[in-house]
Design a binder for this molecule. Structure first.
Ligand SMILES: CC(C)(COP(=O)(O)OP(=O)(O)OC[C@H]1O[C@@H](n2cnc3c(N)ncnc32)[C@H](O)[C@@H]1OP(=O)(O)O)[C@@H](O)C(=O)NCCC(=O)NCCS
Length: 182
């Protein structure tokens, strides 16, 4: 169920549940050659056009419906543009946990937006879901994402293999912060 608490605002960004109208912006984000070459795990598909972006958007919406969390469209407040996609993914039982991932339009990289969005996503998960552990599956060569993972408090856990594509990944993770009882 997608509830009222499913949007998150930060200083520069709005994270909201994707709409089908976002699919056009996603074609410029997901099918960027760098994103495709990176073999990044969660959104990997052969590059495609609007139909495939619409399918991805519907898949994102179904995560929200099935699990109560999913990927958000990331809106840059200053422009109102959809500049990326950040959020949670847990497609099947053999996936090693609730996976926080991020992707931004190339033109918006390097401004700290991914870290800002991922930090907000993590805070939202602790507040609005019962999940006690969040992980990120990251390609070992993806130094930027490893930097983001460590900045938001995730720690390296182990080398592993992506259970769907069989590619090597590093798993970073973080536990729900303990609430101190007085
Ligand atoms: C990964 C991605 C989301 C990063 O977005 P971004 O807005 O540039 O990220 P941020 O600016 O918040 O942070 C990037 C950090 O990595 C650092 N960084 C950049 N290049 C780096 C490199 N080659 N090695 C190590 N650190 C690097 C930056 O300095 C920054 O850290 P800092 O704030 O301490 O200086 C973006 O590049 C992207 O969409 N890539 C393609 C999709 C992808 O691979 N997603 C990952 C799936 S897990």
């Amino acid at each position: 169920m997608v509830g009222l608490a499913s949007s998150v605002a930060t200083a520069r960004l709005l994270l909201r549940v994707p709409e089908l109208a976002d699919a056009e912006a996603f074609t410029g984000i997901f099918w960027d050659p760098e994103v495709v070459d990176k073999k990044q795990v969660t959104l990997r598909e052969p590059p495609g056009g609007l139909d495939l972006a619409l399918k991805n958007t519907r898949d994102m919406l179904s995560q929200w419906e099935l699990r109560g969390y999913g990927h958000w469209s990331v809106i840059e407040k200053a422009t109102g543009h959809v500049i990326g996609c950040v959020g949670f993914y847990h497609p099947q039982r053999e996936w090693p946990g609730v996976d926080l991932g991020w992707v931004l339009h190339r033109s918006r990289c390097g401004h700290g937006f991914a870290t800002e969005a991922a930090t907000a996503a993590l805070g939202w998960a602790w507040e609005y879901t019962p999940v006690d552990r969040i992980i990120s599956l990251i390609a070992p060569h993806d130094r930027r994402s490893i930097r983001i993972a460590t900045k938001i408090g995730e720690r390296f856990e182990r080398d592993d293999v992506d259970p769907v594509h069989g590619e090597p990944v590093q798993i970073y993770g973080i536990e729900r912060p303990k609430v101190l009882a007085f």
